[in-house]
Design a binder for this molecule. Sequence first.
Ligand code: UTP
Length: 293
Amino acid sequence: MKIKKAVIPVAGKGTRFLPATKQIPKEMIPIINKPMIHYAVEEAILSGIEELVFVTSTGKTAIEDYFDRNLELENFLLKNGKEDYANLIKDIGTKIEIITVRQKEQLGLGHAINCAKHIIKDDAFAVILGDDLVLSEVPVTKQLMETSQANGGSSVIGVMEVPPSQTNKYGIIDGTLLKDSSKTYKMSKMIEKPEPEVAPTNLATPGRYILKQEIFEFLDKIPRGVGGEYQLTDAINMMAETNTVLAHVFDGDRFDTGSVNGYLNATVQFALRDPSLRETMLEICKRGIEEHG
Ligand code: UTP
């Protein structure tokens, strides 16, 4: 069955980006000239998603406004002969249906996803974390949708290989490769930040998921976990005890834009990959090395 909806949770406090996030939602901080969330929404659209559910919280209205139309600005741009810009901002506000639900208390990612339960009546849906950006030829959500469809519509977790010494920074999966596949595993469990000596694999789980409707049963059952929060990982682990959960190694480069270092890396890398900015960024880097290296 075609997956039409994606949940994008944006209710987190974004403490690693304070003081900016005192007033600006983390997801609205731009990488070059597009807010982070724009990339996640583009990925959803290019993957064929028709409806987005934003899980928001107090102080996040800028995100809703960003994806709405701004007729006053459109008219102003048109009047001043800036049709390209006018079309650009019109596009952002019209390309996809957006529904917002509130997470009234920030009780973790699992809790945030569960806030969308009454809207997701579909057999399966995608989850995209807006502070994990992936640059890839085929959008990563689409890659996971295709893996799900090729395997009877199972839940699929996006995974990427990380250096074995860094397993203690990520959720890591354990599992066995499916017959005739070099990239898709049957997941047995997910472990939060295992030390390299005990990590079962080096397959880490940045925020991309295809989840079957039944995840909500498990989200209802899990107790509070690490940090007193309802963890999506706990619900997926519980689901994997009785249901097929796959893990698929996606193609693409992932950037952790939820941390300041990752954000800086993404900004430089995105500029280097943009033909109109590449030379400028190389020049800045060269000068920086000469003066400070
Ligand atoms: P993070 O762990 O990055 O948390 O959440 P955060 O609050 O955004 O940032 P820090 O750690 O305080 O700096 C991963 C994703 O889950 C969402 C966040 O908005 C982010 O997209 N989230 C997290 C919620 O929607 N609700 C929550 O209760 C927790």
